[in-house]
Design a protein around this ligand. Structure first.
Ligand code: HEC
Length: 137
C-alpha cells in the first residue's frame, strides 16, 4: 500500500463509522418522535371523551346501572342537580366519605355493604366533565 492508499482507507473507515453512528442516533430520535405521537394521540382521545364516556369507562355504571337508573347496590344518578353544585359534586367524587347529610346517610344505610369509591385518581378535567354531564340529567 502506498501512503496515499493508507490515508484513503483510513478516511473510508472513518466515514463508515460516522455513517453508522448517525444511523443509530437517528433511529433513537425516530423512536422518541413515535412516543410523542403516541402520547399526543392518547391525550387527544382523552380530551375528546365526553362525560358519559368517562362514566362508562370508570365503572360508574357497574353500580349505578347501565343508564344510571340505579340498582340494588347504588342510587340512581338522575336529578341530582337539585342537591349539588358543580364544585361540590367534583369534591364529592374525589372524596365521597367527607360528605354527609340526611340523604347520603339514608343511602349509606340502604346500600350498607357498598362504598362509593373515591375517584381522586382521575384528572380534574375529567371529573369536571363527569360533573357537567351529571348536572344535565
Ligand atoms: C362500588 C359501587 C359504586 C361505584 C363504582 C360508583 N358509585 Fe357512586 N355511589 C355508590 C353508592 C353506594 C352511593 C351512595 C352514597 C354514598 O355512599 O356516598 C353512591 C353515590 C353517588 C353519588 C351521590 C348521589 C346523590 O344522590 O347525591 C354520585 C353523584 C355518584 N355516586 C357518582 C358516581 C360516579 C360519577 C361514579 C363513577 C366515576 C360512581 N358514582 C361510581 C356506589 C358506587
Amino acid at each position: 500500500m502506498t501512503n496515499a492508499q493508507k490515508w484513503l482507507a483510513a478516511f473510508l473507515g472513518l466515514f463508515i463509522v460516522l455513517f453508522l453512528l448517525g444511523r443509530i442516533t437517528n433511529n433513537k430520535n425516530e423512536a422518541s418522535v413515535n412516543e410523542n405521537k403516541y402520547a399526543e394521540k392518547t391525550m387527544q382521545s382523552n380530551e375528546q371523551k365526553d362525560g358519559l364516556q368517562l362514566i362508562q369507562e370508570n365503572g360508574c355504571t357497574a353500580c349505578h346501572g347501565q343508564n344510571l337508573e340505579g340498582s340494588n347496590i347504588a342510587p340512581a344518578l338522575v336529578n341530582i342537580k337539585k342537591y349539588w353544585d358543580r364544585d361540590n359534586l367534583i369534591n364529592y367524587l374525589r372524596n365521597p366519605s367527607s360528605f354527609s347529610n340526611d340523604r347520603l346517610k339514608q343511602y349509606r344505610l340502604k346500600y350498607k355493604n357498598i362504598i362509593m369509591p373515591s375517584f381522586n385518581n382521575l384528572d380534574i378535567k375529567d371529573l369536571g366533565k363527569i360533573a357537567d354531564y351529571l348536572m344535565t340529567r
